[in-house]
Ligand binder design. Structure first.
Ligand code: GLN
Length: 306
């Protein structure tokens, strides 16, 4: 495995076409696009990594996997009255479908869906309390108490909130959000601004690769059924309107973020995190997806086989 990761990192280091760093969040525009990392945590407890795998980056929409997990813990199947579970076929920040479905977002991984999910987690609590809950969950599954919010990234997103604010107000107009829009948005931006390295992220995803059980602690995070369902949603919706393309090329449940990270789950085998800040036109990491494609080609770890 180490050899495979080293080969992928070495091959991609030569790549000159690296995509474009997200600049609609100005703080993310400062990130050096030449950085690359890949980490693998196996269900047996082995760890492998290549590149700058201990460098923290903004996990952005990858956080939506963790907030979905928390929300399902609180609401169970009741969550599906608030958010759907169908791929949207639209960009991550699209508003168009909301009007046709009475403000109900198509899935928990588009921005509208994640905003509805964090509203569901709040349940009358102040943003600070909700954020403490989200952070302690992420620290628990990553087994790392050093994980923090990047407040500068959160502030930068708050300053340029118009697009997400439109989604939130639109949903609120349909009676879909219970809390004050600015409080929901502030919470959402902070959840997206969690900073983690690939090593930490691969560890955090491990419960999804091992039927809901955290490793190496062996503590159950979710039931096997819930882990399977979260993986299905990642496969179908984790890359927005490029989810089909990601499934075609990689064939693993995956969730991307505009910080350039991707978390991918190989059920029964391991959890992979990749990071390359340059994005494709869908807002997904260009070389991150390429790295995962190279990985499954070499290992046969796609859920669809070789
Ligand atoms: N925080 C980002 C936003 O709301 C997350 C988007 C993403 O990572 N795709 O625009």
């Amino acid at each position: 495995m180490q050899e495979i990761l080293d080969e992928i990192a070495a091959e991609l280091a030569l790549e000159t076409e690296r995509g474009t760093v997200a600049d609609y969040i100005p703080q993310l525009a400062h990130v050096d696009p030449s950085q690359f990392a890949i980490s693998l945590a196996t269900v047996e407890g082995q760890r492998f990594s290549a590149g700058c795998a201990t460098t923290p980056f903004s996990i952005q929409s990858i956080s939506k996997v963790f907030t979905l997990t928390i929300a399902l813990g609180k609401w169970g199947d009741g969550l599906w009255t608030k958010v759907g579970r169908e791929p949207s076929g639209d960009p991550f920040n699209s508003i168009v479908q909301l009007e046709h479905e009475s403000g109900k977002p198509r899935n928990p991984f588009i921005n509208a869906g994640a905003i509805a999910v964090v509203d569901a987690i709040m349940m009358g609590h102040a943003p600070k309390e909700t954020l403490a809950e989200i952070l302690s969950f992420v620290r628990y599954i990553a087994d790392d108490n050093s994980i923090c919010f990047d407040h500068q990234v959160a502030a930068s997103e708050m300053e340029h909130k118009d697009r997400n604010a439109s989604l939130a107000h639109f949903m609120k107009a349909f009676g879909r959000l219970r809390h004050d829009v600015d409080k929901v948005l502030g919470t959402y931006f902070h959840q997206c601004a969690i900073a983690m390295s690939c090593d930490q992220l691969a560890h955090a995803g491990l419960f999804l690769a091992s039927d809901g059980v955290n490793r190496p602690s062996n503590l159950r995070v979710v039931s096997p059924q819930r882990a399977r369902r979260i993986n299905s949603l990642m496969m179908m919706c984790g890359h927005y309107d490029a989810s089909g393309e990601f499934a075609f090329r990689v064939g693993l449940p995956g969730k991307s973020g505009v910080g350039g990270g991707i978390l991918a789950i190989a059920p029964g085998r391991g959890s992979l995190a990749v990071w390359s800040p340059g994005l494709d036109r869908f807002g997904n990491s260009l070389l991150g997806a390429r790295a995962l494609e190279m990985f499954v080609q070499r290992t046969g770890w796609s859920v669809f086989g070789h």
